[in-house]
Write a protein that binds this ligand. Structure first.
Ligand SMILES: Nc1ncnc2c1ncn2[C@@H]1O[C@H](COP(=O)(O)OP(=O)(O)OP(=O)(O)O)[C@@H](O)[C@H]1O
Ligand SMILES: [Mg+2]
Length: 331
């Protein structure tokens, strides 16, 4: 794996308490009887609270198997497989609890709003003072990162990649049309199921009826549009990613998945992004214009994405237009 695959962690929120901003409507969903059960002795050492265990048992049947996917910044994600169903279970503690609670609150509002969020209708969630959890159906299928492997390795036919990229654009376009912004678009947050492209990891999503989190820092600097970097740098809070910013992030995500490199060509500018904190890197990028690299194996894709990344927000295509441009590409 190249280092480019590992996303640079966003800076931790300065004030963990400010994360706790889940509106009352998002309080823990009542969970069905039977009453709470404790983990059996044979269960792995997973941290979930008792109401989460109960929900898992109720929804999956027994026995269940557990596979940890990630564990970062107070949040862990597990693939939980039972005889009846398979779930992604996200558990957060302390600072991570607020992040998971916010995702649950978003999920409750967006479930079923667009095809990309349809799986949220089956979500279950709970929270207490220091913990929160969210269960969503496990989405069986590759991520955008996985789908683009043939381009990164320069093998095979790219037709599937073209379709997948266009589907992601259309999925995001439908979300934007419904007034929502995801806020953390990246190739690992787009999954392809038999039903089409699905988006995951909703903690930073916002809508006029659910303002952005005060803890949101604009997401990965590598995928941040110039105007979003300006906004973050200006100190105006909360940071509100616009649909146009998000189209920039999506174009940058497709570029990243296609090359294993971010679109800004750090090497040509003699910038080692790993040598900076995200805040420092953002400041470097605001001071120095870094030109875009290349997508060697797929020049027509490069041309479309380069044009999006170079366009100011007023003339940047929207997500649906980008999807149409990608659909029209040759491979
Ligand atoms: N519903 C789901 N179906 C399938 N896989 C999922 C699902 N939810 C999460 N995952 C997997 O778990 C990973 C981490 O999930 P997610 O991005 O929501 O958590 P996170 O705490 O933000 O982790 P990270 O910091 O690594 O992004 C995803 O990249 C994906 O591989
Ligand atoms: Mg994530």
């Amino acid at each position: 794996m190249t280092t480019a695959m590992a996303p640079v962690d966003p800076a931790p929120p300065a004030d963990p308490a400010s994360l706790i901003e889940v509106p009352p409507a998002a309080a823990a969903q009542p969970l069905p009887e039977p009453a709470v059960t404790e983990p059996a002795a044979s269960d792995p050492e997973v941290p979930f609270p008792a109401d989460c265990w109960a929900a898992i048992e109720e929804a999956s049947g027994q026995p269940v198997t557990w596979a940890e996917q990630t564990d970062r910044a107070g949040c862990s994600v597990w693939r939980v497989t039972g005889p009846r169903a398979e779930w992604a279970v996200k558990y957060g503690r302390d600072q991570g609890a607020a992040v998971v609670a916010r995702e649950a609150a978003v999920m409750r509002r967006i479930a079923g709003l667009a095809p990309a969020t349809s799986y949220g209708k089956r979500a279950l969630a709970g929270q207490s003072k220091h913990e929160a959890w969210l269960m969503t159906p496990w989405l069986d299928g590759p991520s955008m990162w996985d789908v683009f492997m043939p381009v990164r390795l320069q093998t095979g036919d790219y037709t599937g990649c073209r379709e997948a990229a266009a589907d992601a654009c259309l999925a995001l376009g439908a979300l934007h049309a419904a007034g929502w912004v995801h806020g953390d678009i990246q190739p690992h947050h787009v999954l392809y199921t038999a039903g089409g492209a699905r988006l995951i990891d909703w903690s930073w999503a916002w809508h006029p009826g659910m303002p952005p989190s005060s803890a949101y820092d604009g997401g990965l600097v590598h995928l941040m549009s110039p105007e979003l970097m300006d906004q973050v740098e200006s100190g105006a809070r909360p940071v509100a990613t616009s649909p146009a910013d998000e189209v920039w992030a999506l174009a940058a995500s497709i570029w990243w998945a296609a090359t294993a490199d971010f679109p800004r060509d750090y090497r040509s500018a003699a910038v080692d992004p790993a040598a900076f904190t995200p805040v420092e890197l953002r400041r470097v990028l605001l001071r120095h214009q870094v030109k875009m690299g290349h997508i060697e194996p797929w020049k027509s894709l490069e041309e479309v994405l380069r044009s999006v990344l170079a366009s100011p927000p007023g003339v940047r295509p929207d997500a649906v237009q980008l999807g149409q441009q990608i659909k029209a590409l040759g491979t």
